[in-house]
Design a binder for this molecule. Structure first.
Ligand code: MTE
Ligand code: MO
Length: 494
């Protein structure tokens, strides 16, 4: 190597950014695997009918002779691979995913900015077309189990240059764009966004495939770092030194790798031991950020009749309580929706009274946190109209939606919304689905639809509505049943 070392120098910001990227990617991939395990099927269609997936990571066949919910479909993920591991731990996994992605994007922006402001981009962006034949040549060299001559690395060989340019300028942006394509608030406010890729499930499938791409890149990248002179390469990566093998650089590099493994192990252990601390620390950040970012984004969805999904997953079984079953057996004529709490006018409404109030019909996309989606038509009473009728007191800040539904331990299903979300134009109490009375498994007689949020916010089997000052005073204080019990984030916009 006789050219000036200046050109080959790897500046400190680049080496640090490279390492931060490695650390964050390990968390992102592992938490991503955990999220996938909660609905281990990937589709190209938005309706997610079982057996229409192009790939699944479960052997289970969906039974047709009994009610099978998407909770029944979750698979267990090994903590050696996934963060945090286990079954239905995606709440915690999502905090890690969103917390890390903020820093991953920031790291990427800093990296690209410095790349262009310091002229280092010349290394990544080819300046002549002959990079393609040269890359092919390098490929053939490797493919025939040879190594390119040292003079090829300037500092990268042509194939390396193309590969790096591809991951940085194609794969990274696509990872971000497909990730955003799964957000209910984004595709609710800008329905055109998901058309970029086709639909939400295409975004989800591509997000997965790109993650596989990252793993393939990682394996090849690391293998080549080892094969083409590990110690000298570690010197370049760690200290930016161009003077061949260096034991100090090798030592620091190996320790840094061990550190990534240890911190992954620590995060895995702690997430399982105390998921609530992850919810309260990481979740505090991610929910705050989401809240500010999505505050003004209302749902503006108008799908057409023929977009309605023929199949729609169920999540959450019909209540088994005597009270509910009695109402159901009486076709809900004795049903009363109670509106109480911090209101001027408490209300008790029959279904007929609810139906006599203003109504709205909307065809919208449902996004379950687990990953499946479906399009349906919903008709019901806008919550904004109900709030007009009950007149919240000034100190009322949140609306609680109480359900007849209970879990095995007799704990009530409930959800909360702040007043802004509750008054959203597509926030309704639905009593009809696809033009007929709301079916039992979908929440009869009344369920919430809030079309900027994930499905778990949409309480089914609605029993009563309560206005309160602060959601931290009810349940376990996290904003809903799933937030309390499964560590979901309460904003639920992504
Ligand atoms: N009472 C009650 N409501 C609930 C649930 C539940 O378990 N119990 N599950 C929620 C979740 S996670 C989702 S995705 C939607 C599913 O609605 P669907 O069954 O109509 O598809 O309902 C939400 N409402
Ligand atoms: Mo869900």
């Amino acid at each position: 190597m006789h050219e000036s070392t200046q050109i080959y120098d790897f500046p400190a910001w680049l080496r640090i950014g490279h390492y931060i990227n490695f650390l964050l990617m390990s968390f992102l991939v592992r938490s991503g695997i955990q999220i996938l395990a909660d609905h281990p099927r990937l589709y190209w269609n938005v309706d997610c009918k079982p057996n229409s997936e192009w790939i699944k990571f479960t052997n289970r066949a969906v039974p047709t002779d009994r009610l099978y919910t998407s909770n029944d479909d979750e698979v267990n993920a090994s903590p050696w691979i996934a963060l945090p591991g286990g079954k239905h731990t995606l709440g915690v996994a999502r905090f890690w995913h969103f917390f890390c992605v903020m820093f991953w994007v920031l790291n990427g922006v800093i990296y690209v900015t410095l790349l262009f402001s310091t002229n280092n981009w010349h290394r990544l962006i080819p300046d002549s077309w002959d990079v393609f034949p040269r890359a092919l040549q390098t490929f053939l060299t490797y493919a025939t189990f040879h190594l390119p001559a040292a003079t090829e690395f300037r500092p990268y060989d042509a194939l390396q240059q193309l590969a790096y340019a591809f991951v940085i300028f194609v794969m990274a942006p696509l990872t971000i764009l497909t990730g955003i394509g799964m957000s209910p608030v984004v595709v609710g406010h800008w329905p055109w966004y998901q058309k970029l890729f086709g639909n939400r499930q295409v975004s989800r499938s591509l997000h997965f495939l790109i993650a596989v791409g990252w793993l393939i890149f990682f394996v090849i990248h690391v293998s080549l770092v080892i094969i083409t002179g590990f110690s000298a390469n570690m010197n370049r990566i760690v200290l930016g030194g161009m003077n061949g093998p260096n034991s100090l650089a090798l030592g620091i590099g190996l320790m840094a790798i061990v550190f990534v493994i240890l911190i992954n192990a620590l995060a895995t252990w702690y997430s399982t031991k105390s998921p609530i601390s992850i919810q309260n620390t990481l979740g505090h950040f991610t929910d705050r950020l989401m809240k500010t970012m999505f505050r003004r984004l209302t749902s503006r969805q108008e799908y057409s009749q023929d977009a309605i999904s023929a199949y729609f997953w169920v999540n959450g079984r019909p209540p088994e309580t005597a009270v509910y079953q009695q109402l159901r057996d009486g076709s809900f004529v004795d049903y009363r929706l109670i509106v109480e709490g911090l209101v001027e006018k408490p209300l008790t409404l029959t279904l007929d009274e609810l139906k006599a109030m203003p109504r709205r019909t909307q065809i919208t996309l449902h996004n379950c946190i687990q990953g499946w989606s479906g399009i349906a038509q919903w008709t019901g009473l806008p919550v904004s109209e109900l709030l007009k009728a009950c007149k919240p007191l000034p100190e009322a800040k949140y609306v609680v939606f109480h359900s007849f539904g209970e879990d095995e331990d007799g704990l009530e299903y409930y959800g909360t919304l702040d007043l802004l979300d509750a008054r959203g134009p597509q926030t309704i109490l639905a009593y009809e689905m696809n033009g007929t009375a709301l079916p039992i498994q979908y929440g009869a007689p009344l369920r919430l639809r809030v079309e900027t949020k994930l499905g778990f916010k949409m309480t089914k089997y609605l029993k009563s509505i309560e206005l309160i000052a602060d959601y931290r005073t009810i349940g376990l204080g996290q904003g809903g049943y799933r937030e309390d019990r499964q560590y979901f984030g309460t904003i639920a916009g992504i």
